[in-house]
Write a protein that binds this ligand. Structure first.
Ligand code: ADP
Ligand code: MG
Length: 382
């Protein structure tokens, strides 16, 4: 059964009637621009075909009832009971009501049925998908008229304040604002966005996602130390953020930093920002060879300068490149997760088979693979 039908049925089971409508919001993957967001820099995500689906209907009282098809669980609360710092899957949804009301929007209760095929915890942002699909639904149901970027910000506030996860705006901006066949350029300082054409099929190419299934528990601590290094480097360099360091004369400028580690951390961020800009230019001029080179350079920078890769993702990138990929890089926060591979469509099967063989030979589980086509952002289905 397709997920739109699944949530329709779950809604009927929950309420005994049909939903007012059904909404969809996708997961996302970052094409290039890693650890640049908290340095006021640039990112270039695109929306995935995998998405969260929500059947929803207004209620006249202040009750919130949520059925999760995936977990087979139900949750009930009231608007009056909403309070930040909650645990559990339902906090990503209950928190949306809280964030909207805190911002002064008049939302009442609702019945909700949710299902999603965005894999959880794979770095494809299953959390933003479920937040954004609900913001979308409530914006329509209660005719709130909230602009798209503000909808993304409210979804982010849900995750930051209600769930308590200190994330940037990329995931929610991508889930809300992406359009089919495009990547979304986001300037994390000005919040300017641009739709950048990503029509790989027109060139006989595609992006293969390889989920290495590696997840590292120390990722949070490493993330915190990277952030601290970046803050220290920008302070020592006398700029508001590493985004403000120019590429020209970079080596000379960084040579003034007191520690070699800080030089490498700053060099990753500054060069990665430039690679995002170069990737946009490459896509606009149909230069996929250049895009591939930039992806591979991004991986090398994350591996050698930022030190956020690990053996499984390095292996996937190495084997992909040795088997005809035009570019490959880890995507996401690091220490495992997914690798993006740019390649000719005709090579994808052989490439995936080679990576799988290398994983099995080295005693790892076979990775999960899928082709990532740039899909549409959040919206109402019917
Ligand atoms: P991700 O990288 O996938 O966003 P997060 O840890 O940020 O990982 O968010 C995952 C959490 O989001 C899950 O643990 C769960 O609480 C919630 N979640 C995501 N998808 C679903 C779903 N389909 N049903 C219920 N909860 C979900
Ligand atoms: Mg998340």
């Amino acid at each position: 059964m397709t997920l739109d039908l699944a949530v329709h049925e779950a809604y009927r089971n929950l309420t005994g009637r049909d939903p007012d409508s059904i909404w969809r919001a996708p997961g996302r993957i970052n094409l290039i621009g890693e650890h640049t967001d908290y340095n006021d820099g640039f990112v270039l995500p695109f929306a995935l075909p995998q998405a969260a689906y929500l059947a929803a209907g207004r209620r006249e009282d202040d009750m919130i009832r949520i059925a999760s098809v995936d977990l087979g669980e139900q949750f009930e609360t009231t608007l009056a009971e909403l309070a930040p710092n909650q645990d559990g899957w339902h906090s990503y949804l209950a928190g949306v009501f809280w964030a909207l009301r805190e911002a002064g929007h008049q939302v009442g209760g609702a019945d909700l049925a949710l299902a999603s095929d965005v894999p959880i915890g794979a770095g494809l942002s299953s959390s933003a998908a479920i937040e954004c699909v609900l913001v979308e639904a409530l914006n329509d149901l209660y005719e709130l008229g909230i602009a798209p970027m503000d909808r993304a910000k409210l979804a982010r506030r849900t995750e930051n304040a209600y769930v308590g996860a200190p994330t940037g705006l990329m995931d929610q901006a991508a889930s809300t604002l992406c359009t089919e066949g495009h990547a979304l350029f986001l300037d994390c300082r000005s919040l300017e966005v641009q739709q950048v054409p990503l029509d790989l099929a027109a060139h006989g190419q595609a992006i293969l996602v390889i989920d290495t299934l590696t997840r590292h528990s120390h990722a949070d601590g490493e993330y915190a130390t990277r952030r601290a290094d970046c803050e220290r480097a920008s302070e020592l360099l006398g700029v508001p953020a590493l985004r403000d360091v120019a590429m020209e004369g970079l080596d000379d400028r960084l040579a003034g930093l007191p520690e070699e580690r800080l030089v490498r951390r700053a060099r990753h961020v500054v060069t990665e920002d430039q690679r995002v800009l170069d990737a946009c230019a490459a896509l606009r001029s149909d230069d996929l060879v250049r895009l591939g080179e930039l992806m591979t350079a991004s991986h090398a920078s994350m591996r050698d300068d930022y030190e956020i890769t690990e053996p499984s993702v390095d292996l996937a990138v190495e084997v992909a490149l040795a088997n005809g990929a035009s570019g490959a890089r880890m995507t996401g926060g690091g220490f495992g997760g997914c690798v993006l591979v740019l390649a000719d469509q005709t090579r994808l099967d052989a490439l995936a088979a080679a990576v799988t063989a290398a994983f099995v030979e080295s005693g790892r589980s076979a990775p999960a693979t899928f082709i990532a086509l740039p899909a549409a952002g959040a919206g109402r289905l019917i």
